[in-house]
Design a protein around this ligand. Structure first.
Ligand SMILES: NC(=O)c1ccc[n+]([C@@H]2O[C@H](COP(=O)([O-])OP(=O)(O)OC[C@H]3O[C@@H](n4cnc5c(N)ncnc54)[C@H](OP(=O)(O)O)[C@@H]3O)[C@@H](O)[C@H]2O)c1
Length: 274
C-alpha cells in the first residue's frame, strides 16, 4: 500500500485530499492542529497526528511516528497546511511576516528535509507542494502570502533540480480560487495583526473585510477541492509528473497573461482584480 503524509487536513483542500487518497487505497498520515480535527480524521480511518509547522518538535515527532509505523519508508509528502495573512505591505508588522514564512515556508522546508533522506535511501518518492497562483502573480493586500508562495516556488524548483536522478519527483500545485476555510481563517489574521482603522488603506480594507466575512472570493470560477485532488493524483502517480499544475480558469488565464503581456500591463490587470 502506498504511503503519504498530508498536512493541514482539518479543512479545505487537505481535508478533502486526505479522505480521497484513503478512498483510493493509500495509507494516509494526515495532520491537524486541534485535537477535535485529529479525532475527526481518526474517525474516518485516517492515521492522524498533531502538526504545527511553527513547532520544530511537532515536525520531528510526526516524522518519527510515521516512520515507526511504516518501517522507515514513505512514498509521498503533500505539503498543504498554510495560512494567508492579509494586509498592505506597509501595514505588516515584521512579526506577522515572519510568522507567515514560519508556517508557509520554513515549516514546509523543515518537514521536507526530514523526508528527503528517507526517499533517497529507498530510491523513490514524490513531493508535492501546494503553492498558489499568488506564487506566480502579485496581488495587492496579500503581500505576506504572495511573498511566502513566491519563495516557496523558488525553493521548490531549486530542490527539484537538485533531486534530479534521485528517483524523487517534485511538483508544485498552483490553484486559483478553491472552496475552503482560507478566507475566514485569514480574517482572524487580518484582525489580529493589521491596524485597520489606523491605515491609509482603511477604505480598501473594508472591501477586503466584506469579502472575507462573506467566505472569500465569489468568483464563478471557484472550484471545489476535488479539482486540486485530480492534479495531486497526477503528480503522485504519473510516470512523468509535471513541475507545475495550474488549477482553475482564473489561474490559467493569469499564467497566460503573465507570459504574453508586458510587465507593466500585467501588473495593471492584476491591480484591477484586487
Ligand atoms: N483555497 C484557495 O483558494 C487556495 C488557492 C491557492 C492555494 N491554496 C493553498 O491550498 C492549501 C490549503 O489551503 P485551503 O485553501 O484548504 O485552506 P484552509 O481550509 O484554511 O486549510 C488550511 C489548512 O492548513 C492548516 N494550517 C494552518 N496553519 C498551520 C500551521 N501553523 N501548521 C500546520 N497546519 C496549519 C489549517 O489548520 P487549522 O484548521 O488548525 O488552522 C488547515 O488544515 C494552502 O497551502 C493554500 O495556500 C488555496
Amino acid at each position: 500500500m502506498r504511503t503519504i503524509i498530508v498536512t493541514g487536513a482539518s479543512s479545505g483542500i487537505g481535508a478533502y485530499c486526505a479522505r480521497a487518497l484513503k478512498a483510493d487505497g493509500w495509507r494516509v498520515f494526515a495532520t491537524a492542529r486541534r485535537p477535535e480535527d485529529v479525532a475527526a480524521l481518526d474517525a474516518d480511518g485516517i492515521e492522524a497526528f498533531h502538526l504545527d509547522y511553527r513547532d520544530q518538535r511537532s515536525i520531528a515527532a510526526l516524522v518519527d511516528a510515521v516512520l515507526q509505523r511504516t518501517g522507515g519508508t514513505l512514498d509521498a509528502l503533500y505539503n498543504n497546511g498554510a495560512h494567508a495573512q492579509p494586509g498592505a505591505v506597509e501595514d505588516l508588522p515584521v512579526e506577522a511576516l515572519r510568522e507567515q514564512f514560519e508556517v508557509n515556508l520554513f515549516g514546509w522546508h523543515a518537514l521536507t528535509r526530514l523526508i528527503v533522506p528517507v526517499m533517497r535511501a529507498q530510491g523513490h518518492g514524490r513531493i508535492v507542494n501546494c503553492s498558489s497562483i499568488l506564487g506566480l502573480a502579485p496581488v495587492k493586500w496579500r503581500g505576506a502570502y504572495v511573498a511566502s508562495k513566491h519563495a516557496l516556488e523558488g525553493l521548490t524548483l531549486c530542490m527539484r533540480a537538485e533531486l534530479e536522478g534521485s528517483g524523487i519527483q517534485v511538483s508544485l500545485i498552483e490553484p486559483g480560487p478553491i472552496e475552503s476555510r482560507i478566507a475566514p481563517n485569514g480574517l482572524t489574521w487580518f484582525l489580529r495583526n493589521i491596524d485597520i482603522e489606523g491605515s491609509v488603506h482603511r477604505q480598501a480594507y473594508q472591501a477586503q473585510l466584506d469579502r472575507m466575512q462573506a467566505g472569500g472570493s465569489k468568483s464563478r470560477h471557484k472550484l471545489k477541492p476535488d479539482a486540486v485532488y485530480r492534479v495531486l493524483k497526477h503528480a503522485l502517480l504519473s510516470k512523468r509528473p509535471r513541475p507545475h499544475y495550474v488549477v482553475t480558469t482564473p489561474a490559467r488565464v493569469g499564467v497566460v497573461l503573465k507570459r504574453i503581456l508586458p510587465a507593466s500591463l500585467f501588473y495593471r490587470v492584476l491591480a484591477s482584480q484586487a
